[in-house]
Design a protein around this ligand. Structure first.
Ligand code: ZN
Ligand code: ZN
Length: 605
């Protein structure tokens, strides 16, 4: 295809006179201006019905001939996340200026249509339109979404060829693209070679390191940005706060929060949602509530972050309350919102509520995805309604995924239904390679029912398929440093004290009536050894380390990458009672706050 190309037709119309022909032109201009203003205000208010009728009016009056009108119309649909409508407008426009192309490509890239965005980008080049510093970033953004750095690299080469070598916008978008494609080293090269960098460049680079889990480098760069006097923006702040949240570096996170307060960026909902998740991830849910209340205008991300925090900390009533509040202030819930609410239902054993919110999704125009199904199956499975869970899976409009079967396996494990677990295992095998999380669930389900041979077989089959079991690790923060432990490991410099503490606690615990629940040990070993192995699970080592290091009033926050086993859960309850300490454990699923012999999850997790 080939498109006629015109220069930008702004509102350069002749001044009105008495001549009837110029009067016509004048009327046309008035109409044109009114339509543009109308479109801009509709874009602000996101009103689709009014936009559609204005679109029809534009076609009827023939005014789409002016590229600026098309530009506004394309942007309108883009804002409403209707990229295909934007494409339609583009094709209805007889004369396409470079702005028309650029608004279309941007609409496609911003609305997760990277393939289309890149094909229109190529089409534009074929039509002889020279890309500008707006189009290049849109095209590289599309490559970033696709995760294909090679196409990005050819766009990079082309940008250099036509003289965008020193352009800060193009350069920043390249840094961002390479980082998103996981080519952090190329991103860094571009970053280092740029003569000028703005806050977007820095943020993109910091974000890139954060995404790759290179937290130290992300933080180092952030400090460098500050020392160079860069006016960091809310995106930079939120990136580093997320780094702190992911690494559960609470103390550093608090310092950066302090910095945000000084620069008055604390009122941004962008930073707000990062702070909410930082405090929540570090086990300080009160801090999350405080931030949520303090930020004046919350966006959807902020609400969702607060919902996740409440759900993970088992504040179920608060989740339902927040959801109601969202509805009353007209905040439209999205698929993440529903995931949070369903998660809360399943972790509190609220089956009717779970079903209610699942059905509510369609009323809000959100189509349930596999994760929502997994959540519903999880809810039913945990509550022992395994047959109903199977029916839900059978009625799914899409292929059940690993997470859906994994949820059912969790139910099987809790209710010791090994027969169904075996059936699920067969389905999981059919899926091909699975993640280590499911592998652990599967062997646990057998082990819990005492079928150690099958557990071993399941592990072997999965091992043959190349699935590695994730090592269970627990860690605590002390002196701006994370101290990490694996089960039974003796690498820590305070190992001797840690093991002495555990043995001392073991005696106390036995007096308190604790008997190790050996069901939780995977290997078939002699009874004595089982409780020995369990006694040194990683979270217990981390807790013992905190007990010998922390001052008595400091709550102990332990993070774990896997689920806490039932036996450790029991043991930590007793430890919290006999040491009179608050112990907060985050496993891969949720938070447990142990105090005076009880856990906030009510033993339902
Ligand atoms: Zn354990
Ligand atoms: Zn618990």
């Amino acid at each position: 295809m080939s498109y006629p190309l015109v220069q930008e037709t702004a509102s350069h119309f002749p001044k009105p006179s008495l001549n009837p022909q110029t009067q016509n032109i004048h009327n046309f201009e008035l109409k044109f201006r009114a339509i543009c203003n109308n479109l801009l205000s509709l874009t602000q208010s996101s009103s689709l019905p009014k936009g559609l009728s204005l679109h029809a009016h534009i076609i009827k009056s023939g005014i789409q001939i002016i590229p600026l009108v098309s530009h506004h119309l394309i942007n309108f649909y883009s804002k409403l996340q209707l990229p295909l409508h934007s494409t339609q407008v583009f094709h209805e426009t007889p004369f396409k200026s470079s702005t028309t192309w650029s608004s279309l490509i941007s609409s496609l890239a911003q609305n997760e249509q990277p393939v289309l965005a890149l094909s229109y980008f190529r089409e534009m080049l074929r039509n002889g339109v020279r890309p500008d510093d707006h189009i290049f970033p849109c095209a590289t953004k599309a490559c970033g979404i696709l995760g294909d750095y090679r196409i990005g690299q050819s766009i990079h080469g082309f940008a250099l060829k036509i003289g965008f070598e020193f352009d800060v916008f193009v350069g920043s978008s390249l840094v961002d693209m390479y980082a998103k494609c996981g080519r952090i080293e190329i991103a860094r090269e571009v970053f280092d070679e740029m003569p000028d960098r703005n806050v977007v460049t820095w943020s993109g680079m910091i974000y890139g390191y954060a995404q790759m889990g290179e937290d130290e480098e992300a933080l180092r760069l952030f400090k460098l940005a500050l020392s160079e006097g860069l006016d960091v923006n809310d995106f930079t702040f939120s990136s580093v706060i997320r780094v702190c949240g992911n690494s559960t570096l609470l103390e550093l996170g608090k310092q950066i929060h302090g910095l945000c307060l000084k620069t008055s960026y604390d009122s941004s909902s962008f930073i707000g949602s990062a702070l909410v998740s930082l405090y929540s991830k570090c086990g300080l849910v009160e801090g999350a509530y405080r931030v949520f209340d303090e930020v004046p205008v919350g966006n959807l991300g902020m609400w969702n972050a607060m919902l996740i925090a409440c759900a993970q900390h088992g504040h179920t009533k608060k989740v339902f309350g927040l959801f109601k509040e969202m509805e009353s202030v007209g905040m439209k819930p999205n698929f993440i919102t529903f995931l949070c609410v369903l998660y809360a239902c399943s972790h509190a054993g609220l089956v009717p509520e779970g079903k209610f919110y699942f059905d509510l999704m369609k009323k809000h125009g959100v189509e349930p995805g596999d994760q929502h199904y997994a959540s519903l199956v999880d809810c039913l499975g945990r509550a022992g309604k395994l047959q109903e869970a199977v029916q839900v899976i059978e009625r799914m409009p899409m292929q059940p995924t690993e997470s859906v079967w994994g949820a059912l396996l969790t139910g099987c494990r809790i209710h010791k239904n090994t027969e169904l677990a075996a059936y699920v295992a067969d389905r999981v095998f059919e899926l091909g390679p699975v993640s280590s999380g499911v592998h652990v669930l599967l062997s646990n389900a057998y082990a819990a029912a005492g079928r150690y041979q099958e557990a071993a077989k399941a592990r072997k089959v999965l091992r043959d398929r190349g699935v590695k079991k994730e090592t269970g690790l627990s860690w605590v923060e002390e002196g701006n440093k994370l101290h990490t432990f694996a089960a039974g490991d003796r690498c820590h410099s305070k190992s001797k004290e840690i093991y002495e503490k555990l043995d001392e606690l073991g005696d106390y615990m036995e007096q308190a009536g604790y008997v190790a629940d050996t069901n939780y040990v995977l290997q078939q070993v002699a009874g004595h050894e089982k409780s020995e192995t369990i006694r040194y699970h990683s979270e217990r080592l981390a807790i013992a380390f905190a007990l010998v290091t922390f001052p008595p009033e400091r709550p102990i926050r332990v993070m774990k990458n896997l689920r806490v086993c039932g036996d450790c859960h029991n043991a930590i309850k007793i430890i919290s009672k006999c040491t009179q300490r608050v112990i907060i454990v985050r496993d891969n699923n949720r938070f447990h706050r142990f105090e005076d012999g009880k856990c906030s999850c009510g033993d339902y997790w």
